[in-house]
Structure formats: C-alpha cells, structure tokens
Design a protein around this ligand. Structure first.
Ligand SMILES: [Ca+2]
Ligand SMILES: [Ca+2]
Ligand SMILES: [Ca+2]
Ligand SMILES: [Ca+2]
Length: 415
C-alpha cells in the first residue's frame, strides 16, 4: 500500500505555509541535535537513546558506524541517518509543493535521493525517531488538524513499513524519548492546555503500553533529558514564568519526582552533554544580558559554570567538533555572519575556535556528513541555492560547495 508516497494519499492544495516559521522550526530542530532540546513543539527527543551498558551486539555494530564515543550525538533518533552508515543525511521540504525528499549524504556528495510524497505542510508535523532500533531514522507524522498519527519506518530512501496509530486530540503535542531504555523510541504526550501527560512505549509501529501520567501545572513545559545517564529518558519541567525547575526520573511509565534549584525567568535552557558522561547537561542563556552558563547534571546534583557573554544576535547550536564525545557549542551571528565554536570540557570552554565569517543570510544545520565522528556544518543559501559544507576538524573548517547538479531552488528548506 505504501509505495512512492509515505501515506498513499497526498494533499497538494494551496499551502498557507509561513516560511519564516519553517526557518524557525528548522533552527529548533537542528538545535535539538542531541535532542532533547526544545521543549514545546518541534523535535523533542530523548537524550540517551542508546544505553551504555550495551549487551546487544547488533546495536553495538550499528553504533560503530560512527566513531564518536557519545551515542547522544550520533543516534539516528536525533540526527537523520536513514541508511545507518553513520553519516548524517538530509531531509528537504518544498514549501511550494509540500514534497519531502530524503538525500543520503557521503560528505559533500549526495549519493541517493528519494521522494516521500507531497504533504499539506499547514497540517502535518513530523518528528524524527528510531522506533525499531535498527539505527535508521524513522518518522512520527502528526496531522495537527485532524489529530491523526502515523509511524513511518525508513530503510535508506525507501519506506520499509508504515502504520497508522490511534488519533490523539489536537491539544496534545508529542515528544520523543526512550523511557524504558530498550533503545526504541517512545512517545511522550503533553496537553499544554490542561497539563495532562501520557507515555506510549513503542516497539516499531506497535504501541506496547499507553499510560496516563500525573497532570502537571499548565504553566510547565517539558524537555526530554536523561539527567541520571541510565539510558532511560527523564522529563525536565520548567516554569518559565516563576523559574521553578523539577525533574521526573522515568523508568518506563513509572516516575520519581524531584525539585531542582530555580533559575529566574530571564534564562532559557537548551541541552547537551558537555562533559561526555552521557548524562544530559543544560546550557542556560540569558537573552537579555547575553550571559551563558552550564549546569553539568548528575542526577539532581548541579555543577554550575559561567561561560562567556554573547549578545542576542548570536544563536547557538550543538555538535562535537573534535570528536571527544563532549558536546561543543557553535555560535552564529545572524547579523554579522560571524561564527565561533566553543569546544567544551564540562562547565568550561577548553578551546575557542574562531571560525571564518560568512554571509549572515546563510542558515547553518549541523551533522556529521562524512561520518568521521566530528560534526560538520551545512550552510543553506536560501536565496541563490549556493550551499556549501564546512568539514570541521577541531578548530579548522574546510569549505566545499555542493555541486551544481545537487543544488536545490529557494523553495526547498532543510533541517
Ligand atoms: Ca547516512
Ligand atoms: Ca528505524
Ligand atoms: Ca534517566
Ligand atoms: Ca567536543
């Protein structure tokens, strides 16, 4: 039934798509590289999709496709890798037609391309995941208008399997994580209007257990993390008005709740693993003052370290530019086009890499396109289509243009 298109049917009628919203979501999605990152409505994934006590040789074999020691940064549930070769692949969306295509990458080369069909982008939202733990990125597709949900298991540019799940009222937003530690992506559902919560533990396209959790204050937002580093995703709750923080340590659908210290409302959190211990850490940024700091987490124990100050024209994304398993921070100045990278060692910046400047109009998306364990930067030129990739090695960047044959016109957006 599923052949050339993900869902058989298509809707290619007029799109009321707000492309700036797409760009913004794009930013959030790549920021969410390690995933857990953004807390409300785009890609929300669990921090540790692969447990460190790996008794499963198949998973180990999959992991070895990328030499980076931190599975947090290379999981196919977090960074697109549709063929499990350890090289980040590219997902493109045509904002005029709604077509979504997958491009398998080998460094700066496109080795294969496949279309997933055309979608009504004003209705559909997707999240990437790995529901069957084969190391190949899958999709959760949600129709925000009807509440319908589908899972699409990918094998390279091909759809290996697809199935519809139960519909869920449109007030609910899904996030992905791995709450029972079986390395198969689960779904956390949150109703932000009334604060209801639920978890679906997944095995491929099957919902193994659907469990309703406690209701939370609607003022709280959820971010999927793994603060204790046990390979089971946890939920970080923040009240962005009061600054109160807490955590639910999860074991499947069982939770243990703890308070964390507060952090006033001027600060917003994103996630990484800055000391490489496989426990999620927090990067706090005060967009008013430009201050930044890290909370290195070990359970509920916080080790705080202040970082440098960068004004609000800078935005951060995370990667690992020296391949040591410790998350680094890439900064792009959207006004001047300046770039810099902080190679992190826990709560301190070990090395600051002064990268070349480029046009402020270019949009960066991070991934390890050549599979050497070090994060690279894909620069999308949304105007002329003259994209290039920076292959990063510690503090140096080598720029290679995308070939003319592979250029995509401006209505195509990538994440
Ligand atoms: Ca790949
Ligand atoms: Ca998969
Ligand atoms: Ca955990
Ligand atoms: Ca690093």
């Amino acid at each position: 039934m599923i052949k050339n298109t993900m869902f058989g049917s298509k809707n290619s009628s007029n799109l009321s798509l707000n492309t700036s919203q797409w760009a913004s979501e794009s930013f959030q999605k790549s920021q969410a590289l390690a995933s857990a990152l953004d807390n409300s409505n785009s890609l929300n994934s669990g921090s540790t999709f692969v447990s460190k006590s790996s008794s499963q040789s198949q998973a180990s074999a999959i992991l070895s496709a990328n030499p980076n020691p931190n599975p947090y940064l290379t999981s196919a549930a977090i960074v697109p890798d549709f063929n499990a070769d350890g090289k980040t692949d590219k997902l493109w969306v045509n904002t005029q037609t709604g077509e979504i295509i997958v491009r398998l990458m080998d460094g700066t080369r496109v080795i294969e391309q496949g279309s997933l069909g055309n979608f009504d982008l004003s209705a559909y939202d997707y999240k990437i995941a790995d529901f069957n733990n084969d190391g190949k990125t899958d999709f959760l597709l949600r129709n925000r208008t009807t509440g319908e949900n589908s899972i699409v298991l990918m094998d390279g540019t091909r759809v290996a399997n697809a199935a519809s799940l139960t519909s869920v009222d449109t007030a609910w937003t899904p996030s992905i994580g791995d709450f029972n530690g079986d390395r198969k992506t689960d779904i956390f559902w949150h109703n932000s209007q009334i604060g209801e919560n639920a978890i679906w533990e997944m095995d491929g396209t099957t919902v193994l257990n659907a469990t309703v959790l406690d209701t939370t204050d609607p003022a709280l937002t959820a971010t999927i993390v793994d603060f204790d580093g046990n390979g089971k995703s946890d939920i970080f709750w923040r009240n962005q008005t009061t600054g109160d923080n807490s955590v639910w340590f999860m074991d499947g659908a069982q939770k243990s709740e703890f308070s964390l210290q507060s952090q006033d409302a001027a600060w917003t959190a994103s996630v990484g693993d800055f000391n490489g211990d496989l426990s999620t850490d927090l990067l706090w940024r005060n967009t008013q003052t430009g201050e930044n700091k890290v909370w290195a987490m070990r359970g509920i124990l916080v080790t705080e370290g202040a970082l440098g100050t960068l004004d609000s024209s800078w935005t951060s994304k995370i990667g690992d530019f020296n391949g040591d398993g410790k998350t680094d921070i890439f900064w792009h100045n959207g006004t001047t086009g300046a770039n810099t990278a902080w190679l992190m060692d826990g709560t301190t910046v070990a090395t600051e890499a002064f990268l070349p400047s480029n046009s402020a109009s270019l949009t960066p998306s991070l991934g390890d396109y050549n599979g050497d364990g070090k994060t690279d930067i894909y620069w999308r030129d949304q105007t002329a289509g003259a994209d290039n990739i920076w292959t990063i090695n510690d503090t140096t960047a080598v720029e290679t243009p995308i070939s003319d044959a592979d250029k995509l016109t401006p209505e195509w957006y990538t994440f």
